[in-house]
Design a protein around this ligand. Structure first.
Ligand SMILES: Nc1ncnc2c1ncn2[C@@H]1O[C@H](COP(=O)(O)OP(=O)(O)OP(=O)(O)O)[C@@H](O)[C@H]1O
Ligand SMILES: [Mg+2]
Length: 343
């Protein structure tokens, strides 16, 4: 019987989030969840000192959240790996396995011998184009080794490694049966990940190097604040033009529009390939999803229905779960998706 016997760990550049569930993917029960600030540069850093600090923080989080297992599944950040839907000639599964290394060389910017490749055929060829779509994931072996080392240092036993987009999609789209074609925007501190999911499958991915930290820097620069104070202003006033004479909004807007423009391009690219299954809804997740005014701003900019993600939906939450944890939902989408992987 497949079951949920581990916890999900999302090691972000701003904070580390973790969720433990029990039961099954179909009927998950909440066990515990927690988050702590990321120390220093986190796992993006190659320095052993930074890595030891991350291991310590993970250990502390595991203890504070009172998880009942040492088994963990974590996600590699999209900014450090390569996830893309590529087209290939109409080959059989075994032929794709043989050809994928050659194909990947065209797309992956580092030598194929230095990465671990994973792939999945998404669509069969249709009549008018004799090509198939394949989801290609390439992760540097050095990055994988670093993650395994730090998790071992934290005293954990690694069940598997996934990618952030895979986890978010499991949590927000695949859990809701019959969801329409959905664009997921995950806005963290350093990175924004975009994915388009149709019939439960990832059809498009993109990672953009802009997130909440860039917004806070914009506020710091325009209004002459320290970064911490700027972050507080960003969180309080966001994209609301009625506050502080719109000063915070004006500082944030041009930076946030980088994300908006990338999203528009993603939608246009996807529509060009899959006109028959248009994107029907947009779901926003990640800590920066809580930016005041974000839903209205995005809905107007994209002309689509926009929702803030609720990864707790469909999970059996005990009645005493804090209001705080409910409100922090969008921050836990990756960790919840990891916790939902049946092994
Ligand atoms: N209420 C809020 N309004 C706007 N932004 C917020 C709010 N609360 C947190 N943030 C921002 O969310 C970001 C942290 O989100 P999250 O925990 O998803 O990031 P992360 O996973 O550590 O980052 P990354 O995935 O990019 O490495 C920070 O930039 C923080 O300023
Ligand atoms: Mg993150």
């Amino acid at each position: 019987m497949p079951a949920l016997n581990h916890f999900g760990l999302d090691i972000g550049t701003h904070s580390i989030k973790a969720v433990q569930l029990s039961g099954s993917f179909e009927r998950p029960n909440f066990v515990s969840a927690g988050q702590i600030p990321s120390p220093g540069k986190g796992l993006v850093s190659e320095s052993p000192v930074d890595q030891a600090a991350s291991a310590d923080a993970i250990k502390r989080l595991h203890h504070e959240a009172q998880f009942t297992t040492d088994k963990v599944i974590t996600a590699l950040p999209e900014s450090q790996i390569f996830t893309r839907v590529i087209e290939m000639p109409n080959l059989k599964e075994s032929e794709v396995a043989n050809a994928i290394g050659w194909e990947a060389e065209q797309y992956v910017p580092i030598p194929i011998s230095d990465v671990r490749l994973d792939w999945q055929i998404l669509s069969k060829a249709n009549n008018n184009q004799n090509r198939i779509e394949v989801l290609l994931i390439a992760a540097p072996k050095l990055l994988i080794d670093r993650y395994l080392k730090v998790l071992r240092q934290a005293g954990l036993s690694v069940v598997s490694l996934e990618t952030e987009i895979t986890a978010v999609v499991r949590s927000l789209v695949q859990k809701l049966e019959g969801a329409p074609t959905t664009l997921v925007i995950s806005i963290g501190a350093s990175t924004t990940d975009l994915s388009i999911v149709s019939a439960g499958r990832i059809s498009f991915t993109r990672s953009v190097g802009t997130g909440g930290l860039a917004l806070a820097r914009g506020v710091a620069q325009d209004l002459g604040f320290e970064l911490d104070q700027a972050e507080e202003y960003m969180k309080t006033y966001g994209l609301d033009s009625d506050q502080l004479e719109g000063k915070v909004m004006q500082a944030i807007k041009p930076i946030f529009d980088v994300v908006v423009n990338e999203t528009r391009r993603a939608l246009a690219f996807y529509a060009g390939k899959h006109a028959e299954i248009p994107v029907k809804r947009v779901v926003v997740t990640g800590g920066t999803a809580k930016l005041p005014g974000l839903v209205i701003y995005l809905a107007e900019a994209l002309g689509l229905e926009v929702q803030i993600a609720d990864p707790w939906q469909g999970i059996n939450l005990p009645p005493n779960v804090s209001q705080h944890l409910r409100e922090e939902g969008p921050s836990y989408a990756v960790a919840t998706g990891l916790a939902l992987k049946e092994t």
